[in-house]
Design a protein around this ligand. Structure first.
Ligand SMILES: Nc1ncnc2c1ncn2[C@@H]1O[C@H](COP(=O)(O)OP(=O)(O)OP(=O)(O)O)[C@@H](O)[C@H]1O
Ligand SMILES: O=P(O)(O)OC[C@H]1O[C@H](OP(=O)(O)OP(=O)(O)O)[C@H](O)[C@@H]1O
Length: 325
């Protein structure tokens, strides 16, 4: 079988991606400056690329699988299957402008600029998302109909509506208003950069997290499909595992029933007799967020609590069902 080609993101998703790979496979080696990564599986060839390029590379079949932000899958309109939400790299794509402006949202700004015949300039890395967002604004439709906003890049200009312009940003987008542009469409995580640049969020365009994406043709190839589902299984186990704790505790027989009424589990807790009569060991997997709520109860009826963070929790039945569909 030809190996599976796997593209992973370089940049702000990089660190969390490596953490997840390390939980999913047992060895992850990285060769500095070559952007090549080696897993303990010779049938997976991994390379680091910019997340903005990954959806197109996967849709064109240069890579079978990739990790990138869902925002860039939409921006590039790549025909790929977003098979697994990896639940990190959580951001909001928002429209923002100087907090001293009186407009409540972009729609109001479009209307006012149109009335005053002023050119509206927006800076963004997300050219198609910005264009689509503008075109669905009520006042844009009212003043400009279905005309495409002018997209300005150093190489190309697209669209006919010179009154509303989207300028390609190469970064530091928040620094541009009010002198260079009137508004921005940019990613925010904590909101700090916007605040420090005295900008306010006026519209939320989308939210995004990192996803595992797959080439649709590879998914139809029986051999590749098998291997892709191995990857999905391992990574889904790691994503799932992060949310749980594996706990082990000892309990006296007289408290066993009470404990079982209170303790959560994935299916049912395992009960094993200890070598001392009248005592039992309980093994169970609980949600991390439930742990602190359990402590006051456990303190009163259990002994010797051991807590582990599971590397992976593999819901094999569920994954098998997905694979068969
Ligand atoms: N804090 C963040 N800032 C920007 N993008 C983020 C952040 N957290 C996650 N992402 C995701 O990372 C992807 C963009 O990658 P990256 O941040 O490397 O590009 P960038 O914004 O051009 O930044 P840089 O040029 O600093 O590397 C998008 O899918 C985006 O949703
Ligand atoms: O809401 P916050 O937590 O402040 O984070 C958001 C900022 O982080 C990213 O910038 P990055 O550092 O990647 O630099 P860039 O502007 O060159 O993309 C993003 O483009 C925002 O500018």
């Amino acid at each position: 079988m030809s190996p599976i080609r796997f593209a992973i993101p370089k940049g702000s998703l990089e660190e969390a991606t490596f953490k997840l790979l390390e939980r999913s496979w047992t060895k992850v080696n990285r060769k500095d400056r070559t952007y090549r990564v080696y897993l303990d599986d010779p049938n997976i060839i991994v390379k680091m690329l910019r997340p903005q390029e990954i959806p197109t590379l996967v849709s064109e079949g240069l890579y079978d699988v990739g990790i990138t932000g869902k925002d860039w899958v939409g921006e590039t309109s790549a025909d790929v299957e977003a098979i697994l939400d990896l639940e990190y790299g959580k951001i909001r794509l928002v429209v923002a402008f100087p907090d001293k402006y009186k407009y409540k949202n972009l729609d109001e700004m479009i209307a006012d600029y149109a009335k005053k015949k002023k050119t509206l300039r927006i800076s963004s890395e997300y050219l198609t998302t910005a264009s689509k967002f503008l075109k669905q604004c009520k006042s844009y439709k009212k003043y400009y109909g279905s005309k495409d906003p002018l997209i300005v890049t150093p190489w190309l200009r697209l669209g006919t509506n010179k009154n509303v312009q989207i300028h390609l940003s190469f970064g530091a987008t928040e620094a541009k208003p009010p002198e260079d542009v009137d508004a921005i469409m940019d990613v925010t995580e904590t909101g700090t950069t916007l605040k420090q640049n005295k900008l306010k969020i006026v519209d939320e365009v989308l939210t995004s997290t990192a996803h595992l994406i797959v080439n649709k043709k590879s998914l139809r190839d029986p051999q590749k499909r098998e291997k892709i589902f191995d990857i999905v299984t391992l990574m889904r186990g790691a994503v799932h595992g992060r949310k749980y704790l594996h706990i082990y505790l000892n309990v006296e027989e007289q408290n066993l029933k009470k404990l079982l009424q209170q303790i959560p589990s994935l299916k049912k807790p395992t009960i094993s007799p200890l070598s001392e009569e009248g005592w039992f060991g309980i093994n169970t997997v609980i949600l991390k967020e439930d742990f602190h709520k359990l402590i006051p109860k456990l303190r009163k009826i259990a002994q010797g609590l051991v807590v582990h963070e599971p590397r992976q929790i593999l819901e094999l039945e569920e994954i098998k069902r997905d694979e068969e569909n």
